[in-house]
Design a protein around this ligand. Structure first.
Ligand code: C2E
Ligand code: CA
Ligand code: CA
Length: 789
């Protein structure tokens, strides 16, 4: 409804008002007019009544007069005499009383004997007139119609009659007219004489009443007329007043109607406009659900329809955009851009419910290889299948998002820690079931790290970080699922720092080497030291090698460290040689280094650069490092041997090295793992293992070294087994180069005489250290005996 409706309504209102009022007025005028005409007829009738009454009165008067004349003897005498003068005198006598009256003497046959009228007025009358005395009788005398009444002259033997006639003249008619307003015309039958109140004697023809009064021998016609003009004069005034009132009523009705309509219309117009405006406002605020409903077909309604269509399109487009923005196009899962908001909402809900939630982050192992080896298409299909499997195992209220190329996040509401572990286990198993893609079965390995809200962290960011920490732990420890444990985070952060800061540490000199001497049991000589790396981190303090070596290995950064250690150790040997110290240095190299065919080349260059005899360098490789790729390791070790470098197999006894493999390796030395040595007691069963290992080494032509020698019992036992060299806290802890030099010089000085415990003890303090090297146990007597003896 709108403007169109308004004008339509207004026109209708005007039409209805005009027609209604017009009809009413017309009807009123019509009925008034007919009433007016009816009244006219009444007036005509009453004019006639009045005329009749007047005529009747006149008739009585005329009869009286005729009677009195007839009884007057003078009249009779005069008439008898037939003397006109005498008659004239008598008549004049009476006639004077009736000014216009004409007195007649009539014989019984109607012939007029004498009369007082003008000469020749009448000769012969209808004799019947003489007897009709009760009714008015008329005759024409001269130029006028007269009313006449006769009485017989009694005194007279020959019957004659006296009559009195008065004219029905204008004056008479004028009296009726002036009273009734009706024009009157009279005419006598058989006579052309007529009288009328109207000049020219013709009555207006429009409104007429004709009455015929019959009498003996003729009739009198009375015609009454009232001009319509006049009859309607009153009515005209009434009609025009009525028309004026009608007009005024119409005008008022239209005016107020228009006002009311205007009000309605303006409501009808402003309401839709307001609705539209509200609609626009809603759209501006991003609310698209409510259509604007304006019925009809006018401009506003069309505008509303267009608006609704536009609104729907915007909503549709926006939802598409939002979907694009919020969902991953490949998997249809929530994408990383909105995951933070969703997580926040979910955790808010969980917190309000006083519940707990589990955040699981899932990573596919070596997904890059799948992409690389099988192609992106298969990679994509795999991701889609993973998403599908995850989706079918989570609830709609859970958050399931793809947060990285091959990384997914699931946050499950109302979840306890123990159940979360089961679920993550189940999810991992589900994902590791073969995935069929293009007739090819792809087997995935996944890792899932889980953290609990609010137990582990009560913030969305914290929760995600901790689940990632758990994931990293899962990857590092090759576990399918890992639930975050308090402290893992700090370890993780530390690991990150360690990995990131290696280059900086090398540049800033935060790395340094400690040297732990190795003593030959027979000669009690120190001819070699093992270089053990330390990291004095500016923020984290002293980091033990166990912590960062593994990390660097996993992250393929170990070669940087190895190169630094080799260079530092070789440079140190060079220095010592210059100082006259006859020392070799053993450097630990890791599994990754063993895969590096350029290693021996680099070491060769290094030795060459520092002019160090290759014989003074020992390379320690662990059993397990060799076992990772025995062929390759064997090749690398061979090249090192060819350079003249010695090779020692470290941590012997912990791996599963087969004898046949061992035989093939180019080795010089076998180091029994300290785990067998450290706790050697009289009652421990480790003695047998050590004995057989020493024998094995010797059988293969290798020197046998025991490390982790902490007490004299071990020393004695190892000596009895024929072990060649020992290393351990009993002899010395890892020492700085300066400490070692001092230690070495003292050893040299006393070598010929005696090495007492006091000397050993004096080396006990190694600094600085966050994880201090354990204090060697004072076994004074035995040690001094051993070394001294
Ligand atoms: P490892 O090669 O077996 O080194 C011997 C470890 O035993 C050293 O620990 C040393 O301090 C410790 N030790 C020596 N005598 C005793 C003893 O009597 N009792 C006990 N309980 N422990 C003793 P450290 O220096 O913490 O080194 C740990 C491991 O780190 C080393 O084991 C080695 O595998 C690795 N490592 C150290 N430095 C380097 C390096 O420069 N490069 C590489 N790749 N690995 C290194
Ligand atoms: Ca070692
Ligand atoms: Ca070792």
């Amino acid at each position: 409804m709108s403007r169109g409706f308004y004008s339509y309504s207004l026109v209708t209102l005007i039409a209805i008002t005009v027609v209604t009022v017009g009809l009413t007025v017309a009807l009123a005028i019509f009925s008034a007019r007919s009433t007016a005409l009816e009244m006219t007829d009444n007036r005509l009738a009453s004019a006639h009544e009045m005329t009749r009454a007047l005529l009747a009165v006149r008739n009585d008067l005329l009869r009286e007069t005729a009677l009195s004349l007839s009884l007057d003897p003078r009249v009779a005498n005069a008439l008898r005499s037939s003397d006109p003068a005498q008659i004239g005198g008598v008549l004049a006598l009476h006639g004077n009383a009736m000014v216009q009256a004409i007195i007649l003497f009539v014989n019984e046959d109607g012939s007029v004997r004498a009369h007082t009228g003008p000469r020749g007025v009448a000769r012969q009358l209808d004799p019947q007139l003489l007897y009709a005395t009760d009714t008015a009788n008329f005759l024409s005398l001269g130029e006028q119609v007269h009313q006449v009444s006769f009485a017989p002259l009694r005194a007279n033997r020959d019957s004659s009659w006296v009559g009195v006639a008065v004219p029905l003249d204008r004056e008479f008619l004028g009296r009726v007219r002036s009273t009734t307003g009706v024009d009157i015309a009279i005419g006598l039958s058989g006579s052309s004489v007529a009288t009328s109140t109207v000049l020219g004697e013709k009555l207006p023809s429009d409104r007429k009443l004709n009455v015929v009064l019959d009498q003996q021998g003729g009739s009198l016609t009375l015609a009454y007329s009232l001009p319509t003009q006049e009859a309607l004069r009153e009515f005209r005034g009434f009609a025009s007043r009525l028309a004026a009132i009608g007009f005024a009523v119409s005008a008022l009705a239209i005016f107020f109607g228009a006002l009311v309509l205007g009000g309605i219309a303006s409501r009808l117009v402003t309401r839709p406009v307001r609705m539209l405006r509200d609609g626009v406002e809603r759209v501006r605020k991003g609310v698209y659900g409510e259509p604007v409903t304006i019925a009809g077909d006018d401009g506003l309604a069309r505008m509303a329809r267009a608006f609704n269509e536009m609104q729907a399109e915007i909503a549709e487009r926006e939802s598409r955009i939002v979907h694009h923005a919020e969902y991953d196009s490949l998997t249809g899962l929530t994408n990383r851009t909105v995951v933070a908001d969703r997580l926040k909402a979910l955790l808010g809900r969980t917190s309000r419910n006083g519940s707990t939630a589990a955040a699981m982050v899932i990573d596919i192992e070596r997904f890059g290889d799948i992409n690389g080896n099988l192609g992106n298409e298969i990679g994509d299909a795999v991701l889609q299948e993973v998403a599908r499997r995850l989706a079918s195992n989570t609830r709609a209220t859970d958050l399931l998002a793809r947060v990285g190329g091959d990384e997914f996040l699931i946050v499950v509401e109302d979840m306890e820690e123990r159940l979360a572990v089961h679920i993550s286990q189940f999810l991992a198993e589900t994902l590791e079931k073969p995935i069929e893609v293009k007739g090819r079965a792809v087997n995935l390995r996944v890792h899932i790290g889980t953290a609990m809200y609010p137990h582990h962290s009560d913030s969305p960011e914290g929760l995600r970080r901790l689940s990632n920490v758990a994931l990293v732990t899962a990857k590092e420890t090759a576990q399918r699922v890992v639930m975050y444990e308090p402290g893992q985070d700090e370890r993780h952060l530390r690991e990150l720092a360690v990995l990131n800061d290696l280059d900086e540490a090398i540049k800033n000199g935060d790395l340094f080497l400690k040297y732990q001497p190795k003593i030959e049991m027979k000669t009690r000589n120190v001819d070699s030291v093992e270089a053990l790396v330390r990291w004095q981190h500016p923020q984290l303090g002293l980091i033990p090698p166990d912590e960062f070596i593994g990390l660097l290995e996993e992250n393929n950064k170990i070669h940087k460290l190895t190169d630094w250690v080799l260079k530092t150790a070789v440079a140190q040997v060079r220095d010592w040689t210059g100082k006259g110290f006859d020392l070799s240095v053993a450097v630990n190299i890791s599994a990754n280094d063993l895969l590096d065919l350029g290693l021996s080349q680099r070491i060769g260059n290094l030795l060459h650069h520092y002019l160090v005899d290759p014989k003074r360098l020992v390379v320690e490789v662990t059993e397990s490092a060799v076992m990772q790729d025995p062929e390759q390791a064997s090749r690398v070790l061979q090249t090192l041997r060819e350079l003249g470098i010695k090779v020692s197999i470290d941590d012997f006894g912990t791996g599963q090295t087969s004898l046949s493999l061992l035989k093939k390796l180019p080795l010089n030395e076998l180091k029994i793992d300290q785990s067998f040595v450290r706790n050697l007691r009289a009652d421990s069963g480790d003695g047998i293992i050590i004995k057989s290992t020493v024998d094995l080494g010797h059988n293969m032509g290798l020197l046998v070294v025991a490390e982790g020698v902490e007490n004299t019992y071990a020393w004695n036992l190892l000596k009895s087994y024929g072990c060649d060299s020992v290393q351990g806290y009993l002899i010395a802890k890892p020492l700085s180069s300066i400490e070692l030099e001092a230690w070495y010089l003292k050893l040299q000085a006393r070598n010929s005489s005696k090495l007492d415990l006091a000397f050993v003890d004096s080396q006990a303090a190694e600094q600085p250290s966050s994880k201090p090297e354990p204090q060697p146990r004072p076994e004074t007597d035995i040690l001094s005996e051993i070394l001294g003896g």
